[in-house]
Design a binder for this molecule. Structure first.
Ligand SMILES: Cc1cc2nc3c(=O)[nH]c(=O)nc-3n(C[C@H](O)[C@H](O)[C@H](O)COP(=O)(O)OP(=O)(O)OC[C@H]3O[C@@H](n4cnc5c(N)ncnc54)[C@H](O)[C@@H]3O)c2cc1C
Length: 500
């Protein structure tokens, strides 16, 4: 993935010249030494040995179990630096793709860190099959929709790429990122950060089959959905509706086959909004009681369907044990529902599960505090902002927070008021507490209700693009992202970037 020199486009070379001897590079190297303490840093330098990955070597951990047996204390060790880049993007979902592509196309070297085995986040690992709010967007969002439309089946064509095949999405995203020169590291999870005394990020720490590794960049973009990077740095954040962190439920998505499209057309979402309630009524009458009361069946192409019919309530996005239980429970529910439908006979008798999502769909994680906080009132008043990176009119989409089908009290009131087209401003993507860190996607700064609208993927992509571009331009201009206005970023990008 690493472009060799001859592959570097002219824009990229210009970028190198602009930033190679910048104060920021020097400062970061110095600060890393300072962060460890010069003596400690030198001592660890001597013992640093990169494991021979080809021969299966590991960087061994050492430590002690404390007396109470409640914890293990890890011994200090040197973590090899695995890579340097201008911009590091954590998370390769819709937002991360936008960020990585925009930064790379602006000439920055970009490292993308993704824990799954594919790019796309909820789009792919989560088996989502519908892009909401993307149709009126330009840039990367339009490129993705066009690719889905051109290379997808009839349904993708008739929906202008909005209903897509997640497998095709994996391929297209990899192609786009490879072509732009983004360095992709899959199967790798961010687990920590190293900061200096000003709370600026010096390096991030990851875990993977290659062990614990560190990555150094000049700017960082948190596109992890859950705000993992920002939380590690110590940024303030909000979770859920109120102090009890009441969040929207998670959902296990599935791909199915074995249906004749004409025979189940009344239940297919693309044939009308009432398809969901009709399918629910049909299931209930057949003695099937899905945990999501608006089951959504989509035909993708060639007899392949997607189904969302599960809700997992009260599961914390930060509790791997609880997510595991929800995953097992939800997968069992999907299979049980399919078995229940099969028993009904024609046209369901050949119904089969092709795949369930590798990652249960998480609707809500941390909302990191930025330099603007988008509120539900902004949405109902149709807030316009001079630093708008994109606009949307998608409604308050709160799946029932509570298992009895109810929601917090404000939800109905705001839903009745309705969303007017509103702006997502750049400062909502700039971390409030740490310089040099931006966010994009569902972890940006806003309240519970605003998040239920801006979180959709048609917004996540342009947010990512804005964060990636602002990060890249901020390096070239030798300032921090919060010191740039969006129109300056756009103007600078237009004049300085040499498109290849
Ligand atoms: C069940 C469900 C149905 C939905 N339906 C729709 C819909 O129909 N249409 C629509 O447009 N939107 C829908 N949404 C909303 C939308 O999918 C998300 O809000 C959107 O994906 C947000 O994009 P993102 O890039 O911020 O986050 P994500 O898609 O969650 O991507 C985050 C990425 O970061 C990676 N990551 C996380 N933590 C780490 C870490 N520590 N280290 C490395 N990588 C990490 C993840 O693996 C993932 O790839 C739905 C969401 C869910 C859960």
């Amino acid at each position: 993935m690493n472009p060799n020199k001859s592959q570097i486009n002219p824009g990229r070379r210009a970028f190198f010249q602009a930033s190679a001897v910048g104060a920021i590079v020097g400062a970061q190297t110095l600060l890393l030494g300072e962060a460890l303490g010069a003596e400690s840093s030198a001592a660890l330098d001597g013992v640093l040995k990169k494991p021979d990955l080809l021969h299966g070597e590991v960087l061994r951990t050492q430590g002690e179990l404390i007396e109470s047996r409640a914890a293990v204390v890890e011994r200090e060790r040197a973590i090899p630096i695995a890579g340097h880049s201008d911009v590091l993007v954590c998370g390769g979902g819709p937002a991360g793709i936008g960020a990585a592509l925009a930064a790379a196309r602006a000439g920055a070297s970009v490292q993308l860190i993704e824990v799954a085995g594919c790019l796309g986040g909820v789009w792919t690992a989560g088996l989502l099959t519908k892009i909401i709010g993307g149709g009126d967007k330009t840039g990367v969002m339009q490129e993705v929709l066009t690719a889905m439309q051109l290379r997808g089946g009839d349904v993708a064509k008739s929906t202008s790429g909005a209903v897509y095949d997640p497998e095709l999405m994996k391929l297209v995203l990899e192609e786009m990122c490879v072509q732009a020169g983004v360095r992709i590291q899959l199967h790798t999870r961010l687990v920590g950060t190293v900061t200096d005394e000003q709370k600026r990020i010096v390096a991030i720490i990851t875990e993977s089959k290659s062990g614990r590794q560190a990555w150094v960049a000049k700017r960082y973009v948190d596109c992890s959905g859950d705000g993992d990077l920002a939380a590690q740095v110590g940024c303030q954040f909000d979770v859920g509706y109120d102090r009890n962190c009441e969040c929207q439920p998670m959902s296990m998505m599935a791909l199915l086959t074995g249906l004749n499209t004409a025979e189940v057309s009344e239940f297919i979402r693309e044939n009308g909004a009432e398809a969901k309630s009709r399918f629910y009524k049909f299931m209930k009458e057949a003695g099937i009681d899905p945990s999501y009361r608006a089951p959504t069946l989509r035909h993708l192409h060639s007899g392949i369907y997607s189904l969302m019919t599960n809700h997992e309530y009260g599961v914390s996005a930060f509790d791997a044990g609880a997510i595991t239980e929800a995953t097992i429970r939800s997968r069992a529910e999907v299979h049980a529902i399919v078995q229940g439908l099969r028993k009904l006979g024609s046209p369901w008798q050949d119904l089969a599960v092709v795949a369930t999502a590798e990652q249960i769909g998480v609707r809500e994680g941390r909302r990191i505090r930025g330099r603007y906080y988008i509120t539900a009132d902004d949405l109902i008043s149709g807030m316009r902002h001079k630093e708008a990176v994109c606009s949307t009119r998608f409604g308050f989409d709160v799946h029932n927070v509570f298992p009895d089908g109810s929601n917090p009290p404000d939800v109905k009131r705001y839903q009745a008021a309705g969303v007017k087209k509103y702006d997502i401003p750049l400062p909502a993507l700039v971390a409030a507490d740490v310089d040099g860190l931006m966010m994009a996607g569902r972890c940006i700064s806003g309240d519970f209700l605003a998040h239920s609208s801006y979180r959709v993927t048609g917004n996540a992509v342009p947010m990512g693009e804005a964060a990636g571009l602002t990060s890249a331009v901020s390096i070239q201009k030798g300032v921090m992202p919060h010191e740039l206005a969006w129109n300056e970023v756009q103007k600078f990008a237009q004049t300085k970037t040499v498109a290849s």
